[in-house]
Write a protein that binds this ligand. Structure first.
Ligand code: GLN
Length: 488
């Protein structure tokens, strides 16, 4: 049962071959036994109470297709009953008085919450090593990082601790950990999913999305996660969409843009080979490859690492020890209380971002850095618009390498930033993008490690990229393989 997809579980629940209570008991037991550090907070009684409600709803015959399916939430979404920490000491004992819209919507559909998932502190990172609660271990090789920042969300799916999870993506945090853990994830168009109750990192880039085993499961979850929300000023007012409706459309005639800039220096051979093989598979299925250029790709790193910290420095100013979260115990006056609280509450990477952000926004540097970065952001979006006049989707790698070893890059923040090269652009442009398992690589003397294929679509074309991913998953089985100890 634990290896089944959301869609298979949905059928099983409706056919009454399993109950919601049995399912949550099964996954809770797996979570209890797991050593990946994927979960930060579990409350079995709460979960079982939700499962019981779901069973009642199923028995009454008014179940939604997701009713009774377990889900776990990245600890960036606030939850009324489970602690919400953003993986920070600043919020280590925080419980929110309300649920994030995403949580509220999935609960309304009857999904059963298993708990809260580990991540990089305030979603800042690419390896999940920046969590106050320690790194998450990659289920394929526990010596390896999971990627970040949604490492817990990806690892929990890969280790079959939950059939699906929620995550957020500011610069790749859904796609990159999904790729490094062999899961499937989608970051929708900016504005598609409400950010209400999602602890803000960089508000103009943050988007929530699901991670699951298949594109079909992602489509099922995204359908219920998305929609206009008056409580989020950046939420887009568009009619609700069922993202599963286009899954079965044929690929014939699909034009796949292959950006030259995504296959150059820095891309590991094993990743390049797997991605090329995936492209060849698409060609075999009737798609056409189109050579395109995203000329400003190299500038996405400097632009992002100015804009994201700038927004973060402003967003994180609310953690001052006065309103909520950690407060230093001994201080002499208000200034001293702020200083000690923030010194103790924030980790090193978060402090680094606040410093950079404050610097680039300061008088005298604002024009040189922040305004400049915004101009590059515009150019990056324009490159994509030009590309989409020649192709329907863009494909390339998600990460330049497979998962590296825990500890390998911890002293080198820039090395981590460079690994975001293929994912940042979709956030800067606000485009939907996903990650789909497409092969294997390995670090020296280590077990095999997953490779992800990235599929980027035009604005609001989530249905299209999900369809393109689903068709690939119909003829491949990378996405169904489970780490040995978690296989059936
Ligand atoms: N790795 C990027 C960063 O550290 C992206 C993180 C994210 O998408 N939340 O900012």
């Amino acid at each position: 049962m634990h290896t089944k997809t959301v869609s298979a579980l949905s059928n099983a629940l409706r056919a009454k071959t399993v109950s919601a209570t049995e399912l949550s008991q099964l996954f809770l037991a797996r979570i209890r036994a797991s050593t990946h550090n994927a979960f930060l907070h579990v409350d079995e009684a709460l979960t079982l109470a939700q499962a019981k409600e779901a069973d009642k709803r199923i028995a009454k015959g008014n179940a939604h297709r997701l009713t009774g399916i377990p889900v776990a939430h990245k600890d960036i979404f606030v939850t009324r009953h489970w602690r919400t920490t953003a993986a920070s000491n600043m919020l280590a004992n925080y419980t929110s008085p309300f649920d994030a819209t995403v949580v509220e919507k999935l609960s309304a559909a009857g999904m059963v919450t298993l708990g809260k998932l580990n991540c990089d502190e305030f979603a800042m990172g690419s390896s999940n090593e920046n969590s106050f609660f320690g790194p998450v271990k990659n289920p394929w090789d526990t010596a390896a990082v999971t990627g970040g920042s949604s490492g817990g969300s990806a690892a929990a799916v890969a280790a079959r601790l939950t059939p699906a999870s929620t995550a957020t993506d500011t610069g790749g945090s859904i796609r990159q950990p999904a790729a490094l853990c062999g899961a499937t994830g989608i970051k929708p168009t900016y504005g598609r999913v409400s950010r209400y109750g999602m602890i803000a990192y960089a508000s103009s880039l943050d988007q929530a999305g699901p991670i699951a085993k298949t594109a079909e499961d992602c489509a099922l979850l995204l359908t219920d996660m998305s929609g206009f929300d008056t409580r989020d000023a950046t939420s887009i007012d568009r009619p609700a969409e069922d993202f599963t409706r286009q899954l079965d459309a044929p690929l014939t005639g699909l034009r796949i843009g292959v950006p030259r800039e995504y296959f150059g220096e820095g891309l590991a051979d094993e990743v390049a080979v797997s991605v090329q093989q995936a492209l060849a598979e698409y060609e075999k299925r009737g798609a056409k490859l189109v050579d395109i250029s995203l000329a400003n790709t190299a500038f996405c790193i400097p632009a992002y690492y100015v804009i994201a910290p700038a927004e973060a420095s402003s967003n994180l100013s609310r953690f001052d020890g006065v309103r909520y979260g950690h407060r230093a115990e001994n201080y002499t006056d208000l200034q001293d209380m702020y200083r000690k609280t923030r010194t103790e509450g924030f980790g090193e990477e978060v402090k680094r971002r606040i410093l950079i952000g404050t610097y680039v926004l300061s008088h005298g540097y604002y024009d040189a850095y922040y305004v400049q970065a915004q101009k590059i952001r515009r150019r990056i979006a324009r490159d994509f618009m030009a590309a989409f006049s020649q192709c329907d989707v863009v494909m390339g790698p998600v990460s330049p390498t497979v998962a590296w070893n825990i500890g390998d890059k911890t002293d080198d923040p820039v090395a981590n930033y460079l690994g975001d090269i293929y994912t940042l652009s979709a956030n800067l442009a606000g485009l939907p993008a996903m990650s789909v398992p497409c092969g294997w690589g390995r670090a020296e003397n280590h077990a095999r490690r997953p490779v992800g294929l990235q599929i980027i679509g035009n604005y609001f074309e989530e249905s299209r990229i999900l369809n393109v991913a689903h068709q690939y998953q119909n003829v491949t089985d990378w996405h169904l393989q489970a780490p040995e100890q978690d296989a059936p």
